[in-house]
Design a protein around this ligand. Structure first.
Ligand SMILES: Nc1nc2c(ncn2[C@@H]2O[C@H](COP(=O)(O)OP(=O)(O)O)[C@@H](O)[C@H]2O)c(=O)[nH]1
Ligand SMILES: Nc1ncnc2c1ncn2[C@@H]1O[C@H](COP(=O)(O)OP(=O)(O)O)[C@@H](O)[C@H]1O
Length: 187
């Protein structure tokens, strides 16, 4: 009997500022072959962010078209902007048996769980609420108002931790990156 080829779809979620991007960047430095889906968003780029690298930065009309054409695997509104996962690239890699990582919010994780129940959902948690506030504020990329909105969303996300298959606490970026790679069966 042929060995079962089980493509891994892993979803990484967690409150804004917990360190998702930092962990993923570290993981890809160590294992550049790990593929991360690049989402489309209506959010404006932060300094240093480039179209097609961190996100595909699109306007509202373009995002509407992506939805209308069925090009998004899932999408959600988060803190006043829309974010969505392009469907084609993800499915292509899964069909090739390659591991796929999505870094998306709680609403997106729930949608993926419904449409692809075999996906594994990983929650990245902060060591404490105070540390989360410190990281989000310390990053210095958002206004006080946007930080408040994101902390409001963070409370909802933290309350949903038990919906996930695994929780990783982001105390050490290196440790979490290693644990995530193991969950994705890359190492
Ligand atoms: N549902 C969904 N959420 C996404 C997608 N891309 C990014 N997000 C989430 O949107 C939220 C805001 O992302 P971003 O503006 O980059 O802020 P950051 O997480 O604080 O760096 C985070 O929770 C991301 O994980 C997507 O394609 N779909
Ligand atoms: N384990 C960690 N210890 C200390 N600071 C961290 C850690 N992980 C991330 N950070 C810092 O926290 C801030 C938010 O991280 P970021 O990766 O942008 O979060 P997210 O993508 O979840 O919004 C950044 O300034 C980052 O350098």
């Amino acid at each position: 009997m042929a060995a079962e080829v089980r493509p891994r779809l892993t979803v990484l979620s967690g409150p804004s500022g917990v360190g998702k991007s930092t962990v993923v960047a570290h993981m890809r430095k160590v294992h550049p072959e790990v593929w991360l889906s690049v989402s489309a968003t209506t959010r404006k780029p932060r300094p240093g962010e480039r179209h097609g690298v961190q996100y595909f930065f699109v306007n509202d009309d373009e995002f509407d078209k992506l939805i209308a054409n069925g090009e998004l695997l899932e999408w959600a509104e988060f803190a006043g902007n829309r974010y969505g996962t392009p469907r084609g690239a993800v499915l292509e890699r899964l069909e090739n048996g390659e591991p796929v990582l999505l870094e998306i919010d709680l609403q997106g994780a729930r949608l993926v769980r419904e449409s692809m129940p075999e996906a594994q959902l990983v929650f990245l948690a902060p060591p404490s609420w105070e540390e989360l506030v410190r990281r989000l504020t310390g990053r210095g990329t958002e206004s006080a108002e946007v930080i408040e909105r994101r902390l409001g969303a963070a409370k909802i996300e933290l309350a949903a931790e038990s919906e996930f298959d695994v929780t990783l606490v982001n105390t050490s970026v290196e440790d979490v990156a290693r644990e995530l790679l193991a969950l994705m069966e890359v190492v």
